[in-house]
Design a protein around this ligand. Structure first.
Ligand code: ADP
Ligand code: ZN
Length: 713
């Protein structure tokens, strides 16, 4: 028997595995082994086994030891890892790495532990109460671990020793069986079943009866969480496990609260980056053993080693945080689709503003489309007012317009709550021309500069991608106007401003400086719900997604996040943000939304103000098809970094062009490469029907490959 093994050693060139011979015992894929590598023995994971030896193999080494009697990784996991390596162009070791607990992997294996078996049948001999308690625990069992024996009998180790000396127990080391959870036990974890409204019930049934991935297109506050809950309950009943992915770990609080009403607390695991290595390994073992029925977490929770996955849900599936920006550069949505396919599990993608990718797939019939077009209890959507920032006399109150100040004051008088969105934390902002409405751009990167202040307080411009600095110009470089304005004030500045305008208001600031841990979110939610705060001021990544019933005003201070960015997703992002904003207001009583913007006429802003999601998606999809952008094409980004970044990028660009020409002649597939960058970061973009086909002709040694990139494209 032969096997392919990926080792824990990071030596170059062996990331896709080595072949070993198995002379003793039987192996299955996913199992852990110890194998010789040069002069050492290293841990590894078996990827595949075969009876036949490949022709080219010579001088093959043998597996030194098979570790444990069960695979560390399941078959669907291995298949998905293979897919990740292929699709995202990384080594199998990188792809497997996301699934494995922190090294050494052997720590995650079922451990061999000391336990006892009965040596003499019949227990007529005299013995003490403690000794009797021990024998009672042993009754009817062939073997019991020492830990369990001491715990259940309440006896001390010396009593056990006495029984061993008397020859009544035999000490024996065994590997604990880790996969012994019975289906019936899973059912006992259920505490309640969510009651759905008739329209929710209809959607739930349609999703349940369709094997395809379901795109749950439900407006904000339509009750998507309840539908998820219902499907999770079904999964647990069937003795399987579910994963719920969220775009932002701070949002888990809301879901944990809800799901603890449905499932016993110890059958829910929350996976986030604040776990220590020991905790992560502990959670990994717990999940692998089948002790957990529901895993909640951000994108990496997708790689939880559940023994039998029945359901994966991505809430807010359109969020860009589902893309991993380090190798392996996977997207959790596409990866979840593959994992569901290999596990025969159901995939649910939920959003009030579906991604263009999912929308196109639903339109093509690849996904099942489930619509939930009304809020729970027919609660109306909030009314929306647009404020044109270029027309406002701010005085000293930028970015708070008189309209917005008045609206906040009304809420304070009525003892209702307001939520204010900002795009940036801290004090950073960009420079905008109020005449031509373009931002001052860095010539190197073609991206907007950010305004910073030197220690002496003098302002200057900085481009974060290239590190280029410049003086603040007196006139607009595009049109010569002197009406240059710094936009996008940060949270700290606005907090001070609000304090000045409303001295008695209780304000909570929520940004990545004040919200570091999920516990901070717990405090925030409880303060808002107990009406201990009047104004919640936060960056969008922190505030979106919250379910706060007392909020009747939601406002975005400067909506134009992506304004003039050379980014084909800018319109989509703004639309999503504004729709999220409308989702925060009026969830249980009539609410209002104020959008402050420099471009009230922009299609994405107008559509969001009118709650016209489907129309926006359809128009945007047409534009993507027309422009040849995803999802109408695929983009592969090659990133080159370091002192020779430009040289490597230009070489790759030239190779891409000649390969692209050849490809066009041979297969009629067009791929257009573009080159941009500056300083120590350069990019080559390959865009077309099959840009991956070019990669074999490009020297990738000095480059990072990013398939389906979401940033700076
Ligand atoms: P979404 O995730 O679609 O924005 P939520 O699931 O947060 O919406 O639901 C909005 C509000 O309506 C929540 O407060 C939720 O508790 C309530 N709700 C929705 N559906 C139900 C239901 N079937 N039973 C009870 N409450 C519900
Ligand atoms: Zn101008």
């Amino acid at each position: 028997m032969y096997c392919t093994v990926v080792t824990s050693s990071k030596s170059p060139g062996i990331g896709n595995g080595l072949t070993y011979e198995v002379t003793q015992g039987k192996l299955v894929p996913g199992q852990s082994v110890r194998v010789p590598l040069r002069s050492r023995l290293v841990d590894g994971i078996v990827l595949a086994v075969s009876e036949a030896k490949a022709e080219s193999e010579y001088d093959m080494k043998q597996v030194a030891e098979i570790l444990g009697n069960q695979p560390l990784l399941t078959q669907p996991t291995l298949e998905t890892a293979r897919w990740i390596a292929k699709y995202y162009c990384c080594s199998l070791r990188s792809a497997l790495g996301v699934w494995l607990p922190p090294a050494p992997w052997t720590n995650a294996l079922p451990k061999s532990v000391i336990g006892y078996s009965k040596a003499i049948a019949g227990d007529a001999l005299l013995r003490s109460k403690k000794q009797q308690a021990i024998l009672e625990v042993m009754h009817g069992k062939e073997w019991v671990s020492r830990q369990q024996l001491l715990h259940e009998s309440g006896a001390s180790a010396s009593v056990v020793q006495t029984l061993v000396k008397k020859g009544m127990l035999r000490e024996e080391r065994r590997v604990e069986d880790t996969l012994t959870q019975a289906t019936s036990e899973h059912r006992s974890r259920l505490k309640a079943i969510p009651i759905l409204s008739p329209s929710q019930e209809e959607v739930y049934v349609s999703m349940k009866n369709d094997a395809r991935p379901s795109l749950l297109f439900g407006i904000t506050a339509s009750g998507k969480t309840e539908i998820y809950a219902r499907m999770i309950v079904d999964t647990v009943r069937a003795g399987k496990q579910a994963i719920l992915l969220l775009p932002e770990i701070l949002l888990t609080e809301h879901f944990i609260e809800r799901f603890q009403e449905l499932l016993s607390a110890d059958s829910i695991a929350v996976i986030h980056s604040h776990l220590s290595e020991v905790q992560r390994r502990e959670e990994w073992r717990k999940i692998r053993r089948g002790d957990v029925s529901l895993v909640i977490g951000s994108r990496s929770a997708l790689f939880s080693p559940l023994p039998d996955i029945g359901l994966i849900i991505l809430d807010e599936e359109h969020e860009w945080t589902y893309k991993n920006e380090q190798t392996p550069r996977y997207h959790a949505r596409e990866t979840a689709e593959k994992l569901c396919q290999f596990s025969k599990a159901k995939l649910v993608l939920g959003s009030a503003t579906p991604s263009l990718e999912s929308w196109a797939r639903a339109k093509a019939g690849l996904y099942h489309l489930a619509r939930l077009p009304t809020r729970y209890r027919e609660q109306p959507l909030p009314t929306v007012r647009l404020v044109d920032l270029a027309d406002v006399e701010f005085g000293n109150n930028y970015p708070l317009s008189p309209t917005l100040i008045e609206a906040i004051r009304e809420r304070l008088n009525r003892k209702e709550q307001s939520v204010l969105f900002l795009n940036r934390r801290g004090v950073a902002s960009a420079l905008l021309c109020l005449q031509c409405r373009r931002r001052v751009i860095c010539p190197e990167s073609q991206l907007p500069y950010t305004i910073h202040h030197s220690q002496s307080g003098k302002p200057y411009l900085l481009d974060h991608t290239t590190g280029m600095m410049a003086d603040v110009p007196a006139t607009c470089p595009h049109c010569g106007s002197v009406r240059l304005h710094s936009i996008g004030a940060g949270t700290q500045r606005v907090e001070i401003l609000l304090g000045r305008l409303f001295p008695t208001a209780r304000i909570i600031r929520a940004d990545s400086d004040t919200m570091q841990h999920p516990d901070d979110m717990r405090t925030l939610l409880s303060r808002m719900r107990k009406n201990e705060a009047d104004i919640l001021l936060g960056t969008q990544s922190v505030v979106k997604g919250l379910d706060l019933p007392e909020v009747t005003l939601a406002a975005v201070l400067v909506a134009d996040v992506g304004l003039s960015l050379p980014h084909f997703r800018a319109g989509e992002r703004i639309f999503q943000l504004l729709t999220q904003l409308t989702g925060r207001s009026g969830r249980s009583k009539p609410g209002e939304v104020i959008i402050q913007t420099f471009r009230p006429e922009a299609p994405e802003i107008a559509a969001a103000a009118k709650h016209e999601t489907e129309k926006f998606l359809e128009n945007e999809l047409k534009m993507r098809i027309y422009g040849g952008y995803p999802p109408a094409s695929i983009i592969v980004r090659l990133i080159s970094r370091g002192d020779d970044a430009e040289k490597h990028a230009k070489k790759a660009y030239a190779q891409a062009i000649s390969a692209g020409l050849k490809l066009r002649n041979e297969t009629k597939v067009t791929v257009a490469p573009t080159l941009f960058g500056g300083g120590k970061v350069w990019h080559v973009l390959l865009r077309g029907a099959d840009p991956q086909s070019l990669l074999s002709s490009i020297d990738l040694k000095e480059l990072t490959v990013d398939v389906d990139p979401v940033e700076t494209v």
